[in-house]
Write a protein that binds this ligand. Structure first.
Ligand code: XMP
Length: 316
């Protein structure tokens, strides 16, 4: 029978059989799939693995440190790269959402190739492909296109490497069970989906370091508030958006002219359709107060009450 322990034993064996004494490269995104794969490969092949985490500067507050402190103590040979300068200068002046995605995808591959060069040569590239991904890309060109559009963190089929995809027969739930067994902290294991382009598609319009800094603080108050109120696991995804809207507010004796932040939380099965989460007003009030009190650039907070369709989950 398929207990998580059996799955892990089998996966370790099949990885060892496939790679032998070869060296394996893995891109860590900070999500559950690639993190779990890092842990599995560390168990299976130890130092033959080099895991590379490209910090594009578009992550949540403290995310890189969280991933490092989860994976390194468990033996993952992890290289982290601060590439925020590279990404931000490539994004300068760009406000079109698809353009941003393209640039981020391109810069990601550049940064990753650079590290591969530095630490290589590698015979294998590991990917956290799951069973539903396999089915989806077998489903014709349309489906494959949607996938590639969404998969900035994934690499194109790069023929210079042989692919190692031990999760290609697993579903997400099974990966989470494997993750638990391998010791991945719950905060990463049960994490909401997070898009490859990160906060860049949650800053409407041009991405700047200043705006990133504002959004990271807003997002952190929202997400940590959800955890504190026991609501995090009840929503499928939650996010904050920094809008370019500036409006008048009042603080003590002064008028302010600050940005509007939008909060969004949805329930969903697979992200294809979604409903806005009916978060309690008390929670929204608390978080809104925290945001306007602690993030001075923001003087107004709104909650997104549209479902998908017709809206999307992200705002860009
Ligand atoms: P939308 O906004 O299309 O989002 O309703 C559905 C799910 O996909 C995620 N998403 C992305 N993920 N790269 C990604 O890796 C992207 O460019 C991208 N755009 C949207 C979104 O966060 C949600 O979970």
């Amino acid at each position: 029978d398929w207990t998580p322990q059996h799955i892990v034993d089998e996966l370790i064996e099949s990885v060892r059989a496939q790679v032998g004494s070869g060296r394996v490269l893995l891109a860590i995104s900070g999500g559950v799939d690639s993190s779990t794969l890092g842990l599995l490969l560390a168990r299976a092949i130890g130092e033959q693995l080099t895991a590379v985490f490209i910090d594009h500067g578009l992550l949540r507050l403290g995310e890189r440190e969280q991933v490092e402190s989860a994976l390194r103590p468990l033996g993952v040979n992890l290289v982290t790269v601060d590439a925020s300068e590279q990404f931000l200068s490539a994004l300068a002046g760009v406000s079109d959402p698809e353009q941003k995605r393209k640039i981020i995808g391109r810069e990601f591959i550049r940064a990753f190739d650079r590290e591969a060069e530095k630490y290589g040569p590698f015979e294998f590239l590991a990917q956290g492909t799951l069973y539903p991904d396999v089915i989806e890309s077998a489903g014709g060109e349309g489906a494959a296109n949607i996938k590639s559009h969404h998969n900035v963190g994934g690499l194109p089929e790069d023929l210079q490497y042989k692919l190692v995809e031990p999760f290609r027969y697993l579903f997400k739930d099974e990966v989470r069970e494997v993750a638990a067994l391998l010791g991945l902290p719950e905060a990463i294991r049960m994490r909401h989906p997070f898009p490859g382009p990160g906060l860049a598609i949650r800053i409407l319009g041009e991405v700047t370091r200043e705006k990133l800094d504002i959004l990271q603080r807003v997002d952190d108050l929202f997400i940590s508030g959800l955890r504190e109120f026991g609501l995090y696991d009840q929503v499928w995804q939650a996010l904050a958006v920094l809008t370019p809207i500036q409006s008048v507010g009042v603080m003590g004796d002064y008028r302010t002219y600050g940005y509007t932040a939008a909060l969004r939380a949805v329930t969903s099965i697979d992200g294809m359709t979604a409903e806005f989460a009916r978060l309690p007003y008390e929670f929204l009030e608390t978080v809104s107060n925290r945001i306007v009190n602690q993030v001075h650039e923001i003087n107004r907070v709104v909650y997104d009450v549209t479902s998908k369709p017709p809206a999307t989950i992200e705002w860009e």
